[in-house]
Structure formats: structure tokens, C-alpha cells
Ligand binder design. Sequence first.
Ligand code: IDP
Ligand code: MG
Length: 158
Amino acid sequence: MRILRFQTHTFAAPKTQASMAGTITFTMIKPEAVAAGNSGAILNKMEGAGFRIVALKKIQLSAQRAGKFYEVHAERPFYGELVEYMSSGPIFAAVLEKENAMSDFRALIGATDPTEAADGTIRKEFAESKAKNAVHGSDSDENAALEASFFFSDLERF
Ligand code: IDP
Ligand code: MG
């Protein structure tokens, strides 16, 4: 006769303040990197670094939508150039998941200017210039959530 065994419940330990960083970040593979055929290699680096792809789409932004996305930079001298560039061709937009997603992803992509980016970073390997720097990465958990929602509904995240 078989005896059914029931597993006792286990409870996860409460999160400490130190582990409260968000698990979601947002990225774009920018137009020049998509055009150069580097999308697959860049996504491979992201997955290889432990990021899980929650959502992914290829899309071309209108100048108006790119302007809206980068509204926080509206006063910076390169805003017009940035909006024109980011709407110049298709991009990949993605939501990524990992512990400490935002800060670990910023480390993976490297400094804004590829000449200052550390060896092994995505921008060091794939960026053309400070402007055409291959990838976007959110700069805070709050912005990651806002940026992810700019492109994806809840039904598009798995
Ligand atoms: P980040 O992408 O590393 O967060 P930000 O300062 O938020 O850098 O700038 C947003 C984007 O604007 C950059 O990724 C880059 O494409 C562009 N950008 C930043 N600084 C310059 C600049 O001095 N000249 C031209 N483009 C720039
Ligand atoms: Mg930024």
C-alpha cells in the first residue's frame, strides 16, 4: 500500500533592507547596433550575464515618441540629436529580470562614452560613440518601471 507524503510548507525569510533592490530593468538595443546586426550577440550577453528576458519587441519610434521617452533630457544640448537618432531606425525594447537588475545591468553595459567603458562591457564591445552607444539601461528602479510600461502591457510580460 502506498503512503502519500505531504510536504510541509516552507516560508521564505523576510527580505532585508539590503536585498530590496528591484528585480526588473528596461533596455533598448539602439538603431545603429540593430542595423549592424549585433542584436543577437547583445541579447546573448544579457542572458549570459544572468538576465531573464521578460518581454522583447522590435519597434521603430516616431520622433514624437522618442522625444517623450527622453523627456528628462529635453534641456540637454544633445536632446535633438538623441531624438533624431533614436527614431532613425528600428530598435529592440526589452524588460529584463535579475536580482539587483538596474545596477547590475548598468555595470554590464558600461559607461555612456565607450572610450570610458570597462573591458568586457556591452558598450566597450559594440558602441560606436558616446551618442551611438548600442544600448539603453534604466538609471533607477522607478524609471525602469516607467520605461517598461512605456513599451509593454502586463499581458506582454512572461
Ligand atoms: P546613459 O544612457 O548612460 O544613461 P544619459 O546621460 O542618460 O546616458 O544619456 C542618454 C543618452 O543620450 C546616451 O545613452 C547617449 O545615447 C546620449 N548622449 C549622452 N551624452 C551625450 C553627448 O554628450 N552627446 C551626444 N549624445 C549623448
Ligand atoms: Mg540615462
